[in-house]
Design a protein. Sequence first.
Length: 322
Amino acid sequence: MPVPDLELLRSFISVVDAGSFTRAGERVHRTQSTVSQQIQRLEEQFGRPLLHRTGRRVTPTDDGERLLPYARRLLALADETREAMAQSEGLGILRLGIPEDFAARRLSELLSRFFRTHPQLRYDVRCELSVNLQRDIERGELDLAVLKRDAGGGTALATWPENLHWVTSRRHPVSWQADPMPLAVFPQGCQYRNRAIHALESRSRSWRITYTCPNFSGIQAAVSAGLGVSILPESGLRSDHLALTAKNGFPAIPDTELALVLAPDASGATRRLAELLTAFCAELAESRDCVDGRSRRQTGSTERLLSSAKRRPDKPNVRTQK
């Protein structure tokens, strides 16, 4: 009997863990029909059914239960082998993408400590618009990304809601009567920019771009100076900003979410960094702080995970993305 294909085993484990072909497809970034075909191929290789298909619920047969622990061990061993060979050649690479406005100082400190405890890794950290990060992880050009997107915009290891506000200057406020409405925004592709333009056009309001900047602090400064209104997350409001609401005539805007997205073939080291970032983002969300200079408290769970990472052997954590 030939050794089963690892990708077939990966899909089999995902179906068992998720309990359905649809949710399994989301986890491994494949369509439901593709996952179903992979399971059929695996069953043909073994010459016996591996799953009970009862309505929408899928459960393993006795043979499927027997295969499951071996499948997990084979995938874990494959991940460990890839890491070992990459390390022996000095080619262990971790590619991380983050938004430009995402707690740069504190996150840089966390990453520095993580990479010091994993000296064999080469790292490539990119700060980009979220639309570019989403594209890069879909193309396989990133292993892990923290990005901003529409709420419920796909699968992720974890998500955190992000409340958005219209914002103007306290000293030089721009009112709803301004015509056209001056906008201080990020370059094309930014979700905040798209939301601002869509909201104004839905009210048949004219607008013009008065200030464009790819840097978050630049947009904050432009708003403070009264160069235009903008849409910013609650965590990005400064003391010299004024949040605008429906009472001021400004339309409601849908919130976004912060999502931690992991590539399906991520290494063990990448998965460990993902655990740290999950704790880090949860702390920021709890303190409502995703920008430098406004931290009010830190629970310390990130520190505990970093300490445990130093003590753990460099083996992959075979946890499935949910």
